[in-house]
Design a protein around this ligand. Structure first.
Ligand code: HEC
Length: 152
């Protein structure tokens, strides 16, 4: 009985401590940039093409193991709500929102184990605000506006 009470008190205290952190919103600067730098840089930063360059020769870049640049907020946003809207979400989804139930082909790069991948996907979802796998032309104005993805 006393043990249970102690445990409850501890959990309560931890909850109180983590509350301010949870209230802080996820931004590109405070969380997302780091994920790209740690998990995607080898193929999407060093020697990576711009989205336009990538579009001109996708097969060629694929052979070189390079995907479009994820180096600046502006470049990343092209794949979030810009010309290639939803690309980031389609590639990072864990399979819960895909038609065939398979994860996007960049999902695995999010972490070395399921827990790491789930945690980083959660960060990405919080940042994007409205997680949609739709393409640019399928997104309504309201759906586009619901994608928040703040820089700071
Ligand atoms: C080992 C290299 C490699 C790593 C690591 C990698 N990618 Fe990729 N990525 C590629 C290649 C190559 C392509 C292009 C081929 C394709 O479409 O699958 C690509 C394509 C993409 C696309 C689609 C771009 C478009 O416009 O069609 C997105 C989005 C993406 N990657 C996001 C990520 C994210 C986010 C990470 C890190 C969590 C990551 N990738 C890690 C190699 C990589």
């Amino acid at each position: 009985m006393r043990k249970t009470l102690l445990l409850l008190a501890t959990v309560g205290a931890m909850g109180a401590l983590s509350a301010p952190a949870a209230a802080q919103s996820v931004t590109y600067e405070n969380s997302v940039k780091k994920i790209f730098a740690e998990r995607c840089a080898a193929c999407h930063i060093s020697g990576a093409p711009s989205l336009a360059e990538f579009g001109k020769d996708q097969e060629g870049w694929k052979k070189k193991m390079k995907g479009p640049k994820l180096d600046t907020y502006q470049n990343v946003m092209m794949l979030v709500n810009g010309s290639d809207a939803g690309a980031l979400m389609r590639r990072l989804d864990d399979g819960k929102n895909t038609k065939d139930g398979k994860p996007g082909n960049m999902y695995n790069f999010l972490g070395n184990n399921p827990a790491e991948r789930a945690a980083r996907l959660d960060t990405m979802k919080k940042w994007v605000g409205s997680w949609s796998l739709k393409r640019r032309k399928e997104l309504s104005e309201a759906e586009l506006a619901a994608i928040t993805a703040p820089e700071k």
